[in-house]
Design a protein around this ligand. Structure first.
Ligand code: PDD
Length: 290
């Protein structure tokens, strides 16, 4: 078994602890880079083509030239050498190292490409999956291109910290007009009258890969989905709320700002989706899934 987390840095395999990066890396100076996080089950990356498509899109949106097929091959090699079974993959590509100027370096710098994998032995969210997560509302002060999975995550970090200080597991980001967008690192759904409300895709949110799967699973289970954002003013009329993400999977939300959602217990629609998600992963692992 390799030393975990196990990394590939610009094509060289090594322990993550040995990776060194220049202070002139534009990711370090400007947050000028993008990333992806994938879940690994049974040693295999889950929803691989969806994550690679989003990675490609993020690179295109910020005009970084990196060979995604080569990155994917490196990711497979890193996973194989790591020997991990359950875990995660982190991939980050920055515009590279260059003298500090805001505009892109000319001639272009060579992108810095990091991949690392780590084990997730037990479900770190088991208690909240059972009892529900508590959220804290935080003003959504992010930029207007949240659809790009950029490493520029200051607003997300501040929101997550505010939530943690309030004893909550996640922040609920709310725009100035009271629209709920997403969490600091998760997608948000509400349930009202048996129907799921999903924040519409667009520049206000990251197109969550788990969100995409859950929308598909809900439709298959015959649950109606309305692509509209919930409003903060509607909180008391919601029956359920849940969040999704690569590492958090599907998690019920039972409290926002100390107020219960619905009856304050994880609800039946969320429970159904938690179960369906688990079955989908099991089928995929057994080679029965798509
Ligand atoms: N976060 N919204 C934001 C702002 C996110 O950062 C994430 C993922 C999601 C959920 O997307 P997905 O289902 O593709 O993981 C939604 C990752 C896991 C992270 O930053 O660690």
């Amino acid at each position: 078994m390799a030393q975990l987390p196990w990394a590939n840095w610009n094509g060289t395999a090594m322990p993550l602890a040995d990776v060194r990066v220049s202070v002139l890396d534009r990711g370090f100076l400007f947050g000028d880079g993008i990333y992806e996080v994938l879940r690994v089950y049974g040693g295999r990356p889950f929803l691989l083509s969806e994550h690679m498509a989003r990675l490609r899109r993020s690179l295109n949106e910020i005009q970084i030239q990196s060979d995604v097929d080569r990155l994917e091959a490196r990711m497979h090699a890193t996973l194989r050498d790591s020997g991990i079974d359950g875990g995660m993959v982190y991939m980050q590509i920055t515009r590279g190292e260059a003298p500090r100027t805001h505009r892109f370096p000319n001639p272009p710098a060579t992108p810095n490409e990091l991949i690392y994998v780590d084990a997730i032995a037990v479900d770190p969210y088991a208690a909240w999956r059972e009892n529900g997560a508590k959220l804290l509302t935080v003003p959504d002060v992010r930029w207007r291109r949240c659809d790009i999975k950029s490493v520029n995550l200051l607003a997300n970090c501040l929101a997550a910290q505010a939530a943690a200080e309030a004893g909550c597991q996640e922040a609920l980001l709310v725009t100035a007009d009271g629209t709920i967008t997403e969490g600091s690192h998760t997608s948000i759904f509400a349930v009202q009258g048996g129907r799921i409300l999903a924040t519409p895709l667009g520049p206000q949110i990251l197109p969550g890969i788990t969100r995409g799967l859950v929308v598909k699973l809900a439709a298959r289970a015959g649950i109606e989905i309305e692509e509209r954002s919930a409003k903060l003013a509607e909180l008391d009329s919601l029956d359920e709320m849940f969040l999704t993400g690569t590492t958090s999977e599907v998690l019920p939300v039972t409290q926002v700002d100390g107020r219960p959602i619905g009856n304050g217990r994880p609800g039946p629609v969320t429970a159904k989706l938690v179960a369906t998600y688990g079955e989908y992963v099991r089928d995929w692992l057994a080679g029965r899934g798509e």
